[in-house]
Design a protein around this ligand. Structure first.
Ligand code: HT7
Ligand code: ZN
Length: 872
């Protein structure tokens, strides 16, 4: 397959002034009529250049005319995905008719069917599966779309923009025409046709315009749409208040579909959402999913400006819209809920999944230089690290100048397709801050590491921090230049009081720009304890030789909530790593009593934020410890973690019980931050209690399961019983749960995941048998993720079984999925790509499966790219 390079970018040779589409939807085929008004691009230097239309190989071209006449054979060439038209006039009307088959489209790209309804997914390159078109984001046009279908089966017909006309045809068919006045690239096109019901509301914008808000779903899910509506209204208000951005069409629609490759899609005026990111009600939805719905609704809404009004010039610029929009949605969630908790959750994810990606064979900068298949680059790096890079600009400029920069960016580039460079330039121009060196974050991959040492000079009353930065080699980038890194620090005296720093404040952002650099703090009369990388001010790995007592001190005294949690994590990691090291040489395990003391202090303290208490009392995850390991010892990590959990449970049992009882209130469910925090602390305490393996606590979990009026408490209790040693009790509850919820697809996904994550022996056989259960559907990505991906990513002891059975199982699934749904196949491959992090015996087994996949005929570009890069 061909590699596409950023350096080869050239402007399009033709532009499209308007696009008129007519879809005739039938059960056995769909006919797409397209009429494009085309003109030569004055910015293109090649005056005789041809027009390149993209069209997937499966498209059947029925008719093609230019200004009403058929083209002569010499002027039309079809080469793979390209239809090349040459000898063209300056302006012309291009008409085509194409036959496609959404009814058999299992890739879920382009036009396809989800549970009997037609829907689309065009980002990144799905539009070329619909019709022949210059499917590239820098070709923007206005769209007028008519959708025609059987009225009974498909009473609702939607597309982007505003509905302008409707009518009925013979044979029970009807049609609706939609007009979108905003020029957009084809990747933002959307169409939906189905038997849908909706809820409606409205939003009055800051300039007083009333916008109609409509959320569509299948009738059975109508009772799960209110939370998304509320989240949408909150997002619209927040974007006006924080960014001055107003919505621009008269209507905003969201449609929930069950078959979807990702979370949601920001199509102009017609968002399409995976049901898992839009449906929510207390009976069927966990707290985590409520928060996800709020966050994803906001994310897609914010794209209306960061992505749609100002879009990407080419797909290398993906982080321009994704990094910025993730930053925007994270700030929104922080404002709606607890800022510190949101930061802790985001940093945990970044430090496990993104850092692992940055250290693996697919490592790439947030603005990649090349790709084979762009779908492979919707990554943690482009999204989450991209958001951290925007956050660093926010930190370096401060909130006021950052807002000036974003105003300038939106104003300067409204209606354009631009680059990450344009974004940085706007920030620079608005603030006057030199971001020259900062740009390295866009083109250098890998996680920078900060090695910090300190020195106290009592005579000079000086405290010095010396910071050395390094960045490991990544594929194609051996050497890196130093990054500009905002390092937020504070200093605490021996009593735990914060000291005033050089800027006169208690916190200061040091700008690290050199390979090695020393920062001096004057007027310090005793050696302080440094609080480093406050708020995780940069996406880096920090190395500073903290003593365990110092970490306990920071846990108790640091004023920065994030840093208190981070100190607890560091203490946990330090203690666990010592035991993990001893595990392979059979050293008896003993828990450092300081961890017990630190946990006790947190459990005993009054008035602490409950969400933070539960975060602090959660041991570093298996995934994080794996990421930190030179060589991942799966069993050692698992067993050490379980040993410590049990030990803490026994030592602190009365406190866990007290906190459980205090927080086990009989109140009506609400997904507000305080209630979520209370449930999270309660369920964490219950998990420690069950870890004692005392029957009374298993009984307590069963009671919680039986009495709970919400899915958060029910699911937590079910998982604890199902993963306990009492397999009879576990099976009983799992059967009961399925019987209760078998008609709620998203709840059934929880049921699949709980079983897939069960660490007890025989998990693979259970997963294999669940693949034959009526609840499972191998064509539905949500089912695949809930069962297969959860097993491979969240059940390490079974997935990494020494006999290689887990690896073979995953490879079999990838080979099956490669033809059916390449995007999902390639995403599911990730666990195998990390083979170099394991000991030799596992490496051999993992590599063998990668090679088996590599040797398959007809590998999709998606799978080929990931497998071949992983084998290097
Ligand atoms: N911008 C959206 C990307 C997306 C996508 C990409 C590839 C394949 C399927 C997809 N579905 C949605 C999602 C977002 O970031 O908002
Ligand atoms: Zn996005």
């Amino acid at each position: 397959p061909k590699v596409i390079y950023l350096k080869d970018y050239t402007v399009p040779s033709f532009l499209i002034e308007s696009t008129e589409l007519r879809f005739e939807l039938f059960e056995e085929e769909t006919i797409v009529h397209a009429e494009l008004k085309v003109k030569r691009n004055p910015a293109c230097e090649k005056s005789a250049a041809s027009l390149e239309l993209f069209g997937h190989e499966e498209l059947e071209l029925i008719e093609l005319t230019i200004d009403g006449a058929a083209l002569d054979e010499k002027s039309v060439q079809r080469e793979g995905e390209l239809l090349i038209l040459s000898s063209l006039p300056e302006t012309f009307v291009l008409k085509s008719s194409t036959r496609i088959h959404p009814e058999t489209n299992t890739a879920l790209e382009g036009l396809y069917k989800s549970d009997g309804m037609f829907c689309t997914q065009c980002e990144a390159e799905g539009f070329r599966r619909i019709t022949f078109f210059p499917d590239r984001p820098d070709v923007m046009s206005v769209f007028r779309t008519t959708v025609e279908a059987d009225k009974k089966r498909y009473p609702v017909l939607l597309s982007n923009g505003n509905p302008v006309k409707t009518g009925e045809n013979a044979e029970g068919r009807h049609w609706v025409t939609w007009e979108d006045p905003f020029p957009k690239p084809a990747y933002l096109f959307a169409l939906v046709a189905g038997d849908l019901k909706c809820i409606e509301d409205s939003f009055t914008t800051m300039s007083g315009r009333e916008v109609k808000l409509v959320i569509y779903a299948e009738e059975k899910d109508l009772d799960k749409l209110d939370y998304a509506m509320l989240s949408l209204q909150k997002s619209m208000k927040w974007d006006e208040e924080v960014y001055g951005r107003e919505y621009d069409l008269d209507i905003y629609m969201i449609v929930a579909v069950d078959f979807f490759n990702m979370g949601a899609m920001e199509n102009k005026g017609l968002n399409i959402f995976n049901t898992s990111c839009v449906l929510a009600n207390p009976k069927t939805t966990t707290d985590a999913s409520f928060q996800r719905v709020e966050g994803v609704v906001a994310h897609e809404y914010f794209h209306n400006w960061s992505g749609n009004r100002v879009t990407c010039r080419d797909w290398f610029q993906l982080s321009l819209k994704e990094g910025f929009t993730v930053f925007r949605d994270a700030e929104f969630s922080a404002d709606m809920n607890s800022r510190t908790v949101k930061r802790v959750e985001d940093v945990s994810l970044l430090r496990t999944a993104q850092f692992a990606e940055d250290a693996g064979p697919m490592a790439h900068p947030i603005r990649p230089d090349s790709f084979i298949e762009i779908s492979n680059f919707y990554t943690m790096t482009v999204y989450e690290k991209g958001a951290e890079v925007v956050r660093m600009i926010h930190t370096l400029l401060g909130p006021e100048l950052f807002r000036k920069g974003s105003d300038l960016y939106f104003e300067r580039h409204d209606g354009q397709a631009v680059t990450t460079e344009d974004f940085v330039q706007a920030m620079e121009d608005a603030s006057g801050k030199d971001l020259g060196q900062f740009r390295a974050w866009y083109h250098q991959a890998g996680t920078p590491e900060l090695h910090i040492t300190d020195e106290f000079d009592g005579q000079k009353e000086e405290y010095r921090l010396t910071v050395r930065q390094t960045c490991p080699a990544t594929p194609g980038q051996d050497k890196k230049t130093p990054f500009q890194i905002p390092l937020s620090v504070g200093l605490l005296d021996q009593e735990g009081n914060e000291l005033r720093l050089t800027n006169g404040e208690y916190s200061e952002v040091l700008e690290v720009t050199e390979a090695e650099q020393t920062f001096v703090f004057k007027g310090i009369n005793a050696k302080p304890v440094p609080s480093l990388l406050r708020g995780f001010s940069a996406p880096v790995k920090l190395h500073y030789a903290y003593q365990r007592d110092e970490l306990m001190f920071l846990m108790a005294n640091d004023t920065d909530g994030f840093s208190r949690w981070d100190a607890a994590q560091k203490l946990g990691v330090d203690i666990m790593q010592e035991l993990i090291g001893g595990y392979s040489v059979d050293r008896p395990m003993a828990l450092d009593s300081r961890l017990i003391a630190a946990y006790r202090a947190v459990l005993e303290a009054d008035g602490l934020d409950k969400a933070m208490v539960s975060k602090v009392l959660t041991l570093p995850s298996q995934a994080y410890l794996s990421e930190l390991s030179e060589v991942i010892d799966v069993d050692a990590i698992h067993n050490v973690r379980e040993f410590i959990r049990k030990k803490l449970a026994f030592e602190l049992e009365p406190l866990f019980l007290k906190r459980y009882q205090e927080n086990n209130l009989e109140v009506d469910y609400s997904p507000d931050a305080d209630s979520i925090a209370r449930r999270s602390l309660k369920n964490l305490c219950l998990s420690y209690l069950v870890a004692t393996q005392k029957t009374e606590y298993l009984q307590l979990a069963k009671e919680q399961y039986a009495q709970s009026d919400n899915m958060t408490d029910m699911q937590s209790a079910l998982a604890l019983v199902a993963h306990s040693d009492d397999k009879v009790a576990g099976a009983e509850l799992l059967d009961d749960f399925y019987a209760q919820w078998k008609d709620e697809s998203l709840v059934v996904n929880l049921w699949l995941s709980i079983q897939a994550a069960d660490p007890s022996e025989g998990a693979l056989a259970r997963v294999e048998s669940l693949m034959h259960h009526p609840a499972f559907d191998a064509k539905n990505p949500n089912k695949l993720r809930s069962l297969i991906s959860v097993f491979c990513a969240q059940n390490p002891v079974n997935f990494h079984a020494k006999d290689g059975s887990g690896y073979q199982f995953l490879a079999d699934r990838i080979i099956e999925l490669n033809a059916q749904n390449p995007q999902i196949a390639s995403r599911m491959l990730t666990p195998l790509t990390r083979w170099k992090k394991y000991a030799a015996d596992r490496q051999v087994l993992m590599r063998a499966q990668l090679e088996r996949i590599h040797q398959c005929d007809d590998l999709s570009k998606d799978v080929f790219e990931v497998v071949s890069k992983s084998l290097v």
